[in-house]
Design a protein around this ligand. Structure first.
Ligand SMILES: Cc1cc2nc3c(=O)[nH]c(=O)nc-3n(C[C@H](O)[C@H](O)[C@H](O)COP(=O)(O)O)c2cc1C
Length: 169
């Protein structure tokens, strides 16, 4: 897909077909995350690929929307702050790196005809427990990965002049 078409085609998919995701497509979306830029090239993230089948009850504890488990796969991206680049004033950029990697994954998925939806409103304690996350590994976002049912609605966005300033605040 041409880039401007791709960023318009991506939307938050909240209904999925049960059709499996091809191994090659999964590999390509994971590789897109791997290729993301990260501060000082620290790559302070881990991706966890979860097969939905058989794990539905655990997954619903993490995020209780029925559409979550419609998709055959779910990806969780975690940050590892101890591996992140830290600015001179102490700001750790690991979560920024995670967001860029996740966006690469999401856009690559769109390009391959797959649906995704960023999920941040999950229960972190359940996520930690179900995924067996060790201390120092923080779950940041989930997305289902699968084929969408339906079509995107119109995009609702602020006007550009509400979002952009020139030269200074
Ligand atoms: C960081 C982040 C967290 C989000 N968390 C959720 C979520 O927990 N549940 C959900 O249904 N959508 C979630 N979304 C999706 C947004 O609601 C959605 O991106 C926004 O409304 C714009 O719609 P669009 O993605 O279809 O263009 C999240 C998006 C982002 C970027």
């Amino acid at each position: 897909m041409e880039f401007s078409e791709l960023i318009r085609a991506r939307y938050s998919v909240r209904a999925y077909k049960p059709d499996p995701v091809e191994e090659e497509k999964l590999h390509q979306v994971l590789e897109a995350a791997q290729l993301a830029p990260t501060a000082a090239n620290r790559q302070p993230f881990q991706l966890i690929v979860i097969h939905t089948a058989g794990a539905e009850a655990d997954l619903r504890r993490i995020y209780a929307r029925p559409w979550l488990t419609q998709a055959p796969l779910i990806v969780c991206i975690c940050s590892v702050p101890a591996q992140g680049w830290v600015r001179v004033d102490g700001k750790n950029y690991a979560d920024v790196d995670v967001a860029i990697a996740m966006d690469h994954l999401v856009l690559a998925a769109t390009n391959l005809g797959l649906g995704t939806c960023w999920i941040a409103a999950f229960d972190p304690a359940s996520a930690r427990q179900v995924l067996g996350l060790p201390d120092g590994v923080e779950p940041i976002a989930f997305t289902p990965l699968g084929y969408a049912v339906g079509q995107p609605g119109p995009k609702q966005r602020k006007e550009l002049d509400e979002l952009v300033r020139y030269e200074r605040w």
